[in-house]
Design a protein around this ligand. Structure first.
Ligand code: PHE
Length: 339
């Protein structure tokens, strides 16, 4: 019997050491010390052992069970350790390795200029207003005192979506939307995208303007001139000279166009300014009383000025961009130069 017990221990030790999963280990546990195990059946035979031998064999059996339990425990710990080490290995991070670089996006030159302009005007007490790229004829033309037979309404100048719905041809409809909603005093700028049926090196079918509208008591042309001066100097530097020329817009009276001295030739005349020495930036004027009246704003009490400035022009001049359409082609090689 002692021999049999010894064999059981030996075989248990060997088999237990050879398994590498907890599941298999549990099976061995029942095989070696479970109810149907050889050891258990040997224990059951203890009764038939002679009285003299019984205490000794009993001890041996008990210690055999303890040994096997010890094998099981040790192996369980081994398996767990191995699994832990394996997962450490597998998930190891080499912190000395150079990291993967994140490519950083940049702002579009137009976005940059918009932000710069917004900051400038906010510092002068303006609010930012926005409306819709898809407008109706009423806000884009009628409410701006632009008669039905005005050439700007022509299909060759304006993109119509359907009947009286169109892509706004300027940011001036934002003036109307603001005045519909708010009472004077009003002091806003409205940066945004506009659309016209134009396409060449200095015209893109989509382009950007910044509109300004200031309405209050006693607002006059000198205020307009003043703000334009500040704007031009902030955008192009203190040394730039600017001028305003009489012009016509249906929604302002008097109206003017704003020019700056050509940033390329400084006013001497070159191909960029078509030898005039001046570059046109946008239109401006005092809000026509007809516009106020149609919106129910008392034109006896209030006056106002407005201007609309082409921003793509500013970007082209500021960054020396040879073709305005490049601003809209989203060529990454072009855009990267601004990030
Ligand atoms: N909306 C005009 C244009 O696009 C510019 C303008 C704005 C003129 C405001 C006067 C006042 O040409």
């Amino acid at each position: 019997m002692k021999n049999e017990i010894k064999k059981v221990i030996e075989s248990a030790e060997q088999t237990i050491k050879s398994v590498d999963s907890i599941h298999a280990l549990m099976q061995l546990k029942s095989k070696f010390i479970g109810k149907k195990s050889e050891l258990t059946s040997l224990m059951k035979q203890l009764g038939s052992v002679s009285k003299e031998e019984r205490p000794e064999i009993g001890k041996i059996l008990n210690s055999a069970k303890q040994k096997i339990q010890q094998f099981l425990q040790t192996q369980e710990q081994n398996i767990k350790n191995a699994a832990y080490n394996h997962s450490l290995q597998k998930d190891m991070i080499d912190i000395t390795m150079p990291g993967r670089k994140l490519t950083k996006g940049g702002l579009h030159p137009i976005t940059k200029i918009f932000r710069e302009i917004e900051d400038n005007f906010i510092s002068m007490g303006f609010d930012i207003a926005e409306a819709f790229d898809v407008e109706d004829e009423y806000h884009n033309f009628d409410a701006l005192n632009t008669p039905a037979d005005h050439p700007a309404r022509d299909l060759s100048d304006t993109f119509y979506v359907k009947d009286d719905i169109l892509l706004r041809t300027h940011t001036s409809p934002v003036q109307i939307r603001v005045m519909e909603k708010y009472k004077p005093p009003i002091k806003i700028i409205a940066p945004g995208r506009c659309y016209r049926n134009d396409n060449d090196a200095s015209h893109s079918p989509a382009f950007h303007q910044v509109e300004a509208l200031v309405v209050g008591e006693g607002i006059n042309f000198a205020d307009l001139r003043d703000v334009l001066n500040i704007f031009v100097k902030k955008m192009f530097g203190d040394d730039i000279s600017s001028r305003i020329r009489p012009h016509f817009f249906p929604f302002t009276e008097p109206s003017a166009e704003i020019d700056i001295a050509c940033v390329n030739c400084g006013g001497k005349g070159c191909n960029i300014c078509k030898n005039s020495g001046w570059l046109e930036l946008g239109g401006a004027g005092m809000v026509d009383p007809n516009v106020f009246d149609a919106l129910g704003i008392d034109s006896e009490k209030y006056t106002g000025y407005a201007f609309g400035m082409g921003i793509d022009r500013v970007a082209v001049l500021k960054y020396n961009i040879p073709d305005m359409r490049m601003l809209f082609e989203n060529d990454i090689r072009f855009l990267k130069q601004f990030s």
